[in-house]
Design a protein around this ligand. Structure first.
Ligand code: NAG
Ligand code: NAG
Ligand code: NAG
Length: 519
């Protein structure tokens, strides 16, 4: 298989002597985000292009045509945010949004101040397109003008407003809930009200807090750019979004916003480490895989929470694999296996694994669906509530309240998800339809990146919405005029008619009275 890809890559690189040069910025230090960008980078190299990737995960084994720019500064900028992740569950969603923007300012500046990155800026390197992760870092998009190349956004999460803004993707508030709210596309009147209110709140924060802050960074670090910050960020050629309709619900997109959800899943499986495989093989009643992802470390949980979770697992028929980052876990029952790392894909693919207890981030959710495993959701932040609300609505998962998690609730969820066949049936159906795509998500992503590069930014795809301000976009000016006409008709017209009538009657009286004085 590997040889085959190699030969394929060779044929591609021979066939297209005009391979492109790409710059990819992956500024979020999370491993899961990196995996998405890395999959695309490797896909582009295999298609015969050259890529320079700025990230905190330099390659261990070099790949020809793949160049690293190591940006460790970014790790320090986010250290505090990562340490506070568990605690963030206590915060309101309105506060979390502000926290994200502040984290964004730190991350954006950290990349700009990274010596390796400054070296790149000052170099005479040229690129055919800039692929920039869209992670609260709008000022970075100025790289496109700096290198005189089209801008491509890569959203490793869902479609937040500052991302859909880049290409003018419509997001009707009546059936597209904000991805930080636990709603789905069928909203009650109250939910719609909350959605509209939250979107309005976000818009205000964006326009008066987040974007002006990013604008300052843009002006500070791209003093030679001619385009204004606002022109620049509404001039993206393409946005790739880590989502797919089979995993969520139908919603409209601009034609240059393309769903490539799951492009980090290559479907290839590796043999499991022997100890883990034996633990899975020898389980009589199956296994629950429990991991809160790469950023939320179980070792940082309050001890009382850890004991509560262990209480849920103790005496369970099933075995449990728990991503727990310490060697020793006191009171650990025999049916629980801990490790600081698990080959997640290979584990989810194992037939003995019955369900995935997860924070419900988009990447974990997609992997679980791909392998047809139902989820027990313990959402903490970002789009996790939204994803898990969708899992409940669709019937492939159970959402629990992590803040108030009690052993019996966790246990009841495990018992329900392993005993009621409907969860597994629903998720197998989702897996089937997700895999039934004309091209793999990665092939699709590579095609679209090549397409907009080949067409020098594909201006023909850029929606006219990008040149409108908000009142033009929503036709507020037109509605105002129509409203004025209606008001005029309702209030003023009877008055005018009355005046005319009285004039007529009075006028007639005057003529009846004899002479009419003409001025
Ligand atoms: C770019 O700069 C390097 C040195 O930093 C130099 O060797 C090379 O010739 C330059 N290339 C162009 C096209 O100016
Ligand atoms: C937008 O991007 C294109 C390249 O994709 C560039 O040629 C153009 O100057 C940019 N600015 C505006 C305002 O269109
Ligand atoms: C686990 O079971 C599979 C299938 O029965 C078998 O091929 C594999 O060798 C077993 N592995 C271990 C470590 O027992």
């Amino acid at each position: 298989m590997r040889l085959f890809t190699l030969i394929l890559a060779l044929i591609f690189s021979l066939g297209s002597s005009s391979g492109y040069k790409f710059l990819m910025i992956l500024n979020s230090p999370g491993r899961s985000h990196f995996n998405v960008g890395h999959a695309l980078a490797k896909g582009l190299v295999q298609a015969g292009h050259e890529i320079t990737v700025a990230s905190v995960f330099p390659l261990k084994k070099p790949i020809p045509g793949y160049h690293d720019i190591y940006i460790p500064n970014v790790i320090n900028a986010m250290r505090g945010d990562l340490a506070g992740l568990w605690a963030s569950i206590q915060k309101s969603v309105t506060q979390k949004l502000i926290d994200h923007y502040q984290m964004g300012f730190r991350l954006t500046r950290a990349l700009f101040e990274e010596p390796n990155f400054q070296e790149l800026l000052k170099s005479n390197k040229s690129f055919d397109a800039i692929i920039c992760e869209t992670f609260y870092n709008d000022a970075h998009y100025g790289l496109a003008e700096h290198f005189k190349a089209p801008l491509i956004g890569l959203s490793t999460g869902g479609g937040l407003t500052f991302i859909t803004d880049m290409v003018g993707s419509p997001a009707p508030a009546s059936f597209v809930p904000h991805i930080m709210l636990p709603f789905n596309d069928h909203m009650t009147l109250f939910e719609r009200l909350a959605n509209v209110a939250f979107l309005a709140y976000e818009r205000l924060l964006l326009d008066y807090y987040y974007l002006p802050g990013q604008e300052q960074l843009y002006q500070e670090f791209f003093p030679d750019n001619k385009q204004s910050f606002y022109e620049m960020r509404r001039n993206a050629s393409l946005v790739l979004i880590n989502q797919h309709v089979s995993l969520s619900f139908p919603r409209p997109y601009a034609p240059n916003m393309v769903e490539v959800g799951g492009m980090h899943i290559d479907g290839k499986l590796s043999p499991l480490p022997e100890r883990i495989e034996r633990f899975l093989n020898e389980s009589e009643h199956g296994v629950i895989y429990f991991s809160m992802g790469s950023n939320l470390k179980s070792k940082d949980l309050p001890p009382a929470k850890v004991q509560e979770i262990l209480k849920a697992f103790r005496g369970l028929k099933q075995r449990v694999l728990w991503k727990f980052e310490l060697e020793d876990l006191p009171n650990k029952p025999d049916n629980v296996y801990i490790s600081d790392w698990f080959p997640q894909t290979d584990i989810l693919a194992h037939p003995k694994v019955l369900a995935f207890a997860t924070h419900g981030g988009m990447l974990s959710t997609t992997e679980s669906i791909y392998h047809g495993k139902p989820v027990i959701g313990l959402p903490i932040f970002s789009d996790q509530f939204f994803n898990m609300a969708h899992a409940e609505q669709t019937g492939y998962g159970i959402m629990l309240d992590f803040k108030a998690l009690k052993a019996q609730d966790f246990r009841a969820a495990i018992e329900r998800i392993t005993s009621e066949p409907s969860y597994a049936e629903v998720v197998r159906g989702m897996s089937f339809r997700y895999r039934d795509q004309q091209h793999t998500p990665l092939e699709n992503a590579v095609y679209w990146v090549e397409h907009v590069t080949r067409h020098q930014g594909a201006a023909y795809l850029k929606s006219a919405a990008q040149r409108l301000n908000w009142w033009q976009y929503h036709n507020a000016d037109v509605l105002l005029i129509l409203f004025a006409v209606v008001i005029f008709t309702i209030i003023l017209l009877p008055y005018v008619i009355l005046r005319l009538l009285t004039k007529l009657v009075l006028g007639e009286k005057k003529t009846q009275g004899g002479k009419v004085k003409l001025n």
